[in-house]
Ligand binder design. Structure first.
Ligand code: FES
Length: 157
């Protein structure tokens, strides 16, 4: 992934160069969006007309797909991404209260990033770790039986 650049600094030609090789895939929009987010850490607004043009779609269709999938961000994330499970098993094990306290401790709301750019918090709906609820994920690492204290400690926040 490139260093986080202001969205306005992302050249649409670079986006086109990145995604054009994927145009031959079956259902190419999602792989293109993933490639863009992998490269720049989010899907910048400049990507929408590029994708619409390459795939002969309306801009609203592209925006609709981006907004439908929670994993796509329209702005850069913090250096670490904390995903907290909000699905049923975790809720049954106190996940709502755990999440609320974690958000307070970090000083952010859902989808928010701490002022120092260190952590972005996002909801997720089941991490496959229901037996160890409540669960969360920091980067690619899933963690079970989390507490606010443990999450803040693991984040170094
Ligand atoms: S419900 Fe939270 S990990 Fe499955």
């Amino acid at each position: 992934m490139r260093d986080a650049a202001p969205a306005s600094d992302i050249d649409p030609r670079d986006i086109r160069d990145l995604v054009t090789p994927l145009a031959g895939l079956e259902g190419p929009l999602l792989p293109m969006l993933h490639a863009i987010q992998e490269e720049w850490g989010h899907v910048p607004a400049a990507a929408v007309p590029v994708l619409a043009d390459i795939l002969n779609l309306g801009r609203a269709e592209v925006l609709g797909v981006i907004s439908f999938y929670h994993d796509f961000r329209d702005h850069p994330a913090g250096r670490q991404v904390l995903k907290i499970c909000r699905a049923e098993a975790c809720q049954a094990m106190g996940g709502a209260g755990m999440a609320a306290e974690t958000l307070v401790r970090l000083g952010v709301d859902w989808h928010g990033t701490t002022p120092d750019g260190a952590v972005t918090v996002e909801p997720v709906y089941c991490l496959g770790l229901c037996a160890c609820a409540p669960a969360a994920m920091i980067g690619d690492r899933v963690i079970g039986r989390v507490t606010p204290e443990r999450l803040v400690r693991e984040l170094g926040a």
